[in-house]
Design a protein around this ligand. Structure first.
Ligand code: BMA
Length: 847
């Protein structure tokens, strides 16, 4: 984390437009010490560049950080790759070589520094850099931080930089042909680049290319801070921070360097110490008394501390500084032992992981802004999640995403970026590259309190022991161990010694359960599993507004149209048919295209809810439910709960209920005519509550309504009651009634649920006849929804606008009135709102 507070314009000349507008800034500075201009300093080279296909000399404006696709799109040179099947017509971009260039000015002062480095925080991927036409260095790993000594290549006045990117496709082809057959690893596995950029079963083939992170000149004198490692020792009388500072010394002085280390909380210094740096290294201790501990969402607060380090030269002048934001906590992944499954533990307290799997939020990584990252994390916390797994086929995410997780208490299961394929662990150069990639990312990210576990890879273990699952690739057990059990494990031990590491997922006692989507099973199969469910999921269609963004009207004639199938990467048209097949298992045939989209979301929600509730019921036999998947990288069909545009699908609303801190849920058994009622609590304290069950007919008339007082023990699941409903089944049929569950604590409803012995399509529902009352609120509208008859999975929508809904896809009975708060994204009058508001339920989905 950089704290930039002083910005000093340091314009050297304005020889060319492209060379103007640099901003020198201190790399790090402490908020309280705004007047001290620390070195090193960075001359940002981000901003306006030019881009041309190699050999074409056809330059267009480019933005850095950025990428070739987004620059070409902005220049009107390619169509939107997400629209219809345009992806096909832009494949040449990934198959071509590209050159980025710009001019920049350098002053005599810059060249007086001991060191002048070109610092590239991300080059995607096979890059050759020239400064003033002379080779400055090469890069071959998108995930690494690259620094090159460039002092001797620069001169006073205008300079030029050019970065040539070779298409990885050319390199892949070469590797595919020049390898010995017994080490036949797919060409692309050799290149350290975002795996899913070459397509995945939810995303397009759009391999990004370009300077995708900040680029700058960094200058320094005498020494700079190379690394700061903070370790925490928790004891009864406080938390001791062991701080290790490594300095890169380039000019020796007779007196040693020192480092002043300060711990701050809420911007106030609370304790400080001075460390002697000898031979570039030093360490010291800071004791934080009465520490405020960091907790995951739902378990407590997320107080954050800052550790600020200033490197002082022999004269006591600050020559470099850095800040790391930390949280005081012990967060562990406990491996399975006996009956106890894999689980997380924070500050000595085991907790049930509730969450989803995160994939890159855009095919073009630089389009993801810190605000978007924050919104995604806030939307996870809003539905009672406490964990996101950053899956291994993407890229190591920006700090902004981790910052948001730190602030909102979302624990991160962090995969290294290896997924579903074999990697050439037998090759020393490859292993060295990975070693440095791991170092760079561990150093960058390890201080984030949200990181619960580092994990070697996604699903590679499934490949080697089952045989060549991934085509003709081969990765021996020995090579797997070398990469995931030795190399990455030892890098974590070295650079994040207090962190947890597991070699892979599912290779640590967790389960990826795919027999429902990829196999032929029904959702009920989830009830055969236990443990830590780190992946399971079912697909749905995004809502109409999202579908409209990538289709024209004729594409929307059918879910099987070529464009709808193109945006379905798990089986094309068959994938879409699979979604519909599951709709038909549950509901009567949808009446039209739009209804098909909505019903698919409801079915997806029903399925994931069934699994999540079961695993929460069976806690502590199960200790984690992380569904696949949270988000999307483009608009299309997928397992996501929030679509590419950030629109919540039905599943996301349902997640808020099935992940609620106290959950009431049912386990129905038609054969016995029973419903087991479970009350599951993630709360840290015992509570007293009231459990109510209400059996109603399909008009909502109560047939049996009872309540009982209930103790709800902390962090436990209990079977609170078994209902015997054989009589009702005999009299009314399994499809003649529904059972409504409710738990109240201190008079407030904390969880509600509905259990049915019959499928929704077997219920004879009448027109609910909605009545709504709309009132204006400070930031939108409040809509009170009543119905004359039962309305199942009712949802509100605005025809022509996006909005945030406090709830959706809920049931309304004649007894229960629902009030939903709606904040339209764009301001609108009450009349406009009423005009565009629609209330629907399952009754409206079929003819
Ligand atoms: C998993 C993931 C992804 C994939 C998903 C859906 O196993 O790890 O590789 O997208 O299944 O098939």
């Amino acid at each position: 984390m950089q704290h930039k507070i002083t910005k000093r314009s340091f314009l050297i000349t304005t020889a060319t437009a492209a060379a103007a507008a640099f901003v020198w800034e201190p790399v790090f500075s402490l908020a309280q010490a705004a007047t001290t201009l620390a070195t090193p300093r960075r001359l940002k080279l981000d901003g306006d560049w030019q881009l041309s296909q190699a050999g074409k000399n056809d330059w267009i404006p480019a933005i850095v950080p950025g990428g070739a696709y987004t620059d070409l799109l902005a220049a009107g040179k390619i169509p939107d790759p997400f629209y219809r099947d345009n992806e096909k017509s832009v494949q040449w971009v990934g198959d071509s070589d590209w050159i980025y260039r710009r001019a920049f000015d350098v002053s005599a002062d810059v060249l007086k520094n001991d060191r002048v480095l070109l610092r590239c925080e991300g080059l995607d991927t096979l890059a050759k850099i020239k400064i003033n036409g002379v080779d400055a260095g090469n890069a071959d790993n998108m995930f690494r931080l690259w620094e090159f000594d460039v002092k001797t290549l620069l001169h006073v006045g205008e300079n030029s930089i050019e970065v040539f990117f070779e298409s990885p496709a050319t390199y892949f082809k070469q590797r595919d042909t020049d390898q010995a057959p017994d080490k036949w690893i797919k060409g692309r596995a050799w290149v350290r680049k975002e795996p899913c950029s070459y397509g995945w079963d939810w995303g397009p083939v759009l391999p990004s290319c370009g300077i995708w992170k900040n680029i700058s000149l960094e200058t320094f004198n005498q020494a700079r801070i190379a690394d700061v490692l903070i370790r925490q020792n928790h004891s009864a009388d406080g938390v001791t921070l062991d701080v290790e500072v490594n300095a890169e010394v380039v000019r020796k002085t007779t007196n040693p360097f020192k480092a002043k280390v300060t711990a701050l909380h809420e911007s106030k210094s609370i304790v400080e110490t001075m460390i002697q740096i000898s031979k570039g290294q030093g360490s010291g201790e800071l004791k934080i008394e009465k520490p405020k501990l960091w907790w995951p969402a739902g378990m407590g607060e997320q107080p954050l501390y800052t550790v600020h380090v200033e490197l002082l030269d022999a004269d006591g002048e600050t020559i470099d500084s850095t800040s790391k934001r930390i949280g005081l906590r012990e967060l562990k992944a406990i491996l399975p032992q006996g009956d106890s499954p894999l689980h997380f533990e924070v500050n000595g307290v085991p907790f049930f992981a509730k969450g989803a799997n995160w994939i890159p939020a855009d095919s073009f990584p630089t389009r993801v802004t810190p605000e978007m990252s924050r919104r995604y994390v806030a939307d996870a916390a809003a539905v009672n999640m406490n964990v996101l797994r950053f899956w291994g086929g993407g890229y190591y995410e920006d700090d902004a995403l981790f910052d948001a997780c730190d602030e909102l208490g979302i624990c991160v299961w962090l995969d290294f970026k290896f997924a579903c394929g074999a990697y050439p662990a037998f090759d020393e150069k490859f292993m060295e590259n990975v070693k440095l990639e791991a170092r760079d990312n561990l150093q960058r990210l390890r201080h984030h309190p949200c990181i619960a576990v580092w994990c070697g890879n996604n699903e590679i273990s499934l490949s080697w022991w089952e045989g060549p699952t991934w085509g003709p690739n081969r990765m021996s057990t020995a090579d797997y161990d070398k990469l995931f059990k030795d190399l990455l494990a030892s890098q974590v031990r070295k650079f994040a010694p207090d962190a947890n590491y597991v070699s892979g997922s599912p290779d640590c006692g967790d389960t990826h359960y795919w027999e429902v989507w990829h196999g032929p099973k029904n959702f009920d199969a989830y009830r055969t599993q236990n443990g830590f469910m780190s992946e399971f999921g079912y697909q749905s269609f995004p809502e109409l507004k999202t579908v409209q963004s990538f289709t024209n009207e004729s594409d929307r004639a059918s879910i099987a149209s070529p464009v709808m199938s193109w945006h379905q990467r798990s089986g094309g048209v068959e994938g879409n048919q699979k979604i519909v097949a599951m709709i038909l298992n549950y509901f009567k045939p949808p009446k039209d295209f739009e209804t098909t989209l909505w019903l698919s979301q409801i079915v997806q929600g029903i399925g994931i809810k069934l699994g999540a509730e079961y695993w929460r019921q069976t806690m502590p036999k199960s200790m984690g439910c992380v569904f696949w998947q949270y988000n999307d990288c483009w608009p299309g069909m997928s397992w996501s709960s929030v679509d590419y545009f950030g629109r919540w699908k039905a599943l996301h609303y349902m997640a808020r209920k099935f992940y609620a801190p106290i959950l009431v849920s049912g386990l129905e058994n038609l054969k016995d005519g029973t419903i087991d009622i479970f009350v599951t609590s993630d709360r840290l304290e015992n509570q007293n509550g009231k459990l109510t069950w209400n059996v109603t007919d399909l008009d909502g008339n109560s047939l049996l309504k009872e309540s009982t007082d209930l103790e709800i023990p902390a962090r436990k699941s209990q079977k609170a009651k078994t209902l015997s409903l054989q009589d009702q089944i005999q009299k009314l049929g399994a499809n003649g009634f529904l059972t409504w569950l409710k738990v109240e604590v201190d008079g407030e409803t904390v969880s509600e649920n509905m259990v049915s012995f019959a499928l929704p399509k077997e219920l004879k529902l009448s027109d609910p006849k909605f009545a709504t009352v709309v009132t204006e609120t400070a930031d939108g509208f409040s809509v009170t929804v009543k119905s004359e008859k039962l309305a199942l999975w009712a949802w509100l929508g605005l025809e022509n606008a996006d909005a945030k809904f406090s709830d959706n896809f809920f049931h309304v009975t004649p007894e229960t009135t629902r009030t939903i708060l709606i904040q339209p994204k764009q301001p609108m009058s009450k009349n406009e709102f009423v005009e565009t508001l629609r209330v629907r339920s399952v009754f409206d989905t079929h003819l």
